[in-house]
Design a protein around this ligand. Structure first.
Ligand code: NAP
Length: 292
C-alpha cells in the first residue's frame, strides 16, 4: 500500500488563508477585528514556544492579539484578576490561558472563570456540556483539528468504527463526542482497558492521544485504517533531541490508508482551529467597530 501522509501544515496554512479572507470581509462590514488574548504564566520553554506559534498564526489570519505574561510566582488572585479583566474587554473575543500552570495555581478555577463565550480552548464545563449534548459550541482545538482532517480525508464518517486511545478532557473525551456526532461507532481505550489491542485492530479510524513515544505499532492497526497521531514527545536519539508521536510512524505507515506525521500533522491543525474558534466567538459576539 502506498503511504498517504497527511500534510497538516499545508492544510492548516490553507485554513488560515481562508480565515484571513473572512476576517478582512468582516472588518470591511464594520465588525471589529477578532481579538485573541493569550495568558502565559512562568517560563516553561514548551509553553513559550506554543504561545509564540499561536500568536504568529493568529497574526497571519489578521487577528488582534494580546499576550499577557505573568511571573511564575504570581498569586491565584493576580491571575484571576487578569482573566476577569479580559472577560470584560470588548476588544477581546477569545481568551486562552496556556496550560500547564505552575503547581500552586488552580487550572480548574481558571477554566471555570473564563467566560464561556470567550473560551476558545473549549474547556469550560458549559462548553463541554454543550458538546456532549450535541449543541453548537466552542470545541477543544485538537479534536476539532482531527475531525477537520477526517472529513477532508474520508468525507462521511457514518458507521465507521473509531477507536480513541486516551481519555483526557482536552483530547480523548471531546474527540469521542465529536466522532459520535459524526455517526461513528466509538470505543475509548485507556490505561485500565482490558485487551485494548483487539479493539484497536478493529478501528477504521484510530486516534492516538496517550503521551507515550511510539506506543502504537503495526500489530495494533487494521490495514487500511486512517491513523491520527496526536502525541508530541521529545526524545533523545543519537545524542540529539527530536519529536516523535505516540505512533511508530515507520512501522505503521505502509499499512494505513492515511496517517498524520509528528511533527507537521495534528499540531498545526490545532493552532488553525484556535483561530477558527476565535473567529466563531467573534461572530457570536458580533461587536461592531466603534463609531468615531
Ligand atoms: P493525558 O492527559 O496524559 O492523557 C493520556 C491518556 O492516555 C490517559 O487517558 C491515559 O489513561 C491514557 N494512557 C496512558 N498510557 C496508556 C496505555 N499504555 N494504553 C492506553 N492508554 C494509555 O494526555 P493528553 O493531554 O491527552 O495528551 C496526549 C498526548 O497528546 C501528549 O503527547 C500531548 O503532548 C499530546 N498533545 C498534542 C496536542 C497537539 O496539538 N498535537 C494537543 C494536546 C496534547 P488513564 O486515563 O487511564 O490514565
Amino acid at each position: 500500500m502506498s503511504v498517504n501522509v497527511i500534510d497538516g501544515r499545508q492544510l492548516a496554512e490553507h485554513l488560515v488563508e481562508e480565515m484571513a479572507e473572512e476576517v478582512k470581509a468582516r472588518t470591511a462590514q464594520g465588525y471589529q477585528t477578532p481579538g485573541l488574548a493569550v495568558v502565559l504564566v512562568g517560563e516553561n520553554p514548551a509553553s513559550a514556544i506554543y504561545v509564540r506559534n499561536k500568536i504568529r498564526t493568529a497574526e497571519k489570519a489578521g487577528l488582534h492579539c494580546v499576550v499577557i505574561k505573568l511571573d511564575a510566582s504570581c498569586s491565584q488572585q493576580a491571575l484571576d484578576e487578569v482573566v476577569i479583566e479580559l472577560n470584560e474587554r470588548d476588544d477581546i473575543d477569545g481568551i486562552l490561558v496556556q496550560l500547564p500552570l505552575p503547581a500552586h495555581l488552580s487550572e480548574e478555577r481558571i477554566i471555570n472563570l473564563i467566560s464561556p463565550e470567550k473560551d476558545v480552548d473549549g474547556f469550560h464545563p458549559m462548553n463541554v456540556g454543550r458538546l456532549s449534548t450535541g449543541q453548537a459550541t466552542l470545541v477543544p482545538c485538537t479534536p476539532l483539528g482531527c475531525l477537520e482532517i477526517l472529513k477532508r480525508e474520508i468525507g462521511d464518517l457514518s458507521g465507521m468504527h473509531a477507536v480513541v486511545i486516551g481519555r483526557s478532557n482536552i483530547v480523548g473525551k471531546p474527540m469521542a463526542s465529536l466522532l459520535l456526532q459524526a455517526n461513528c461507532t466509538v470505543s475509548v481505550v485507556h490505561s485500565k482497558s482490558v485487551d485494548a489491542a483487539s479493539l484497536c485492530r478493529q478501528a477504521d479510524i484510530l486516534v492516538v492521544a496517550v503521551g507515550v513515544p511510539e506506543l502504537v505499532d503495526r500489530h495494533l492497526v487494521k490495514p487500511g485504517a486512517v491513523v491520527l497521531d496526536v502525541g508530541i514527545n521529545a526524545i533523545e536519539q543519537d545524542g540529539k533531541r527530536k519529536l516523535v508521536g505516540d505512533v511508530n510512524f515507520a512501522d505503521v505507515a505502509d499499512i494505513c490508508q492515511a496517517i498524520t506525521p509528528v511533527p507537521g500533522g495534528i499540531g498545526p491543525m490545532t493552532i488553525a482551529c484556535l483561530i477558527k474558534n476565535t473567529l466563531a466567538a467573534a461572530k457570536q459576539r458580533g461587536v461592531k467597530q466603534p463609531v468615531v
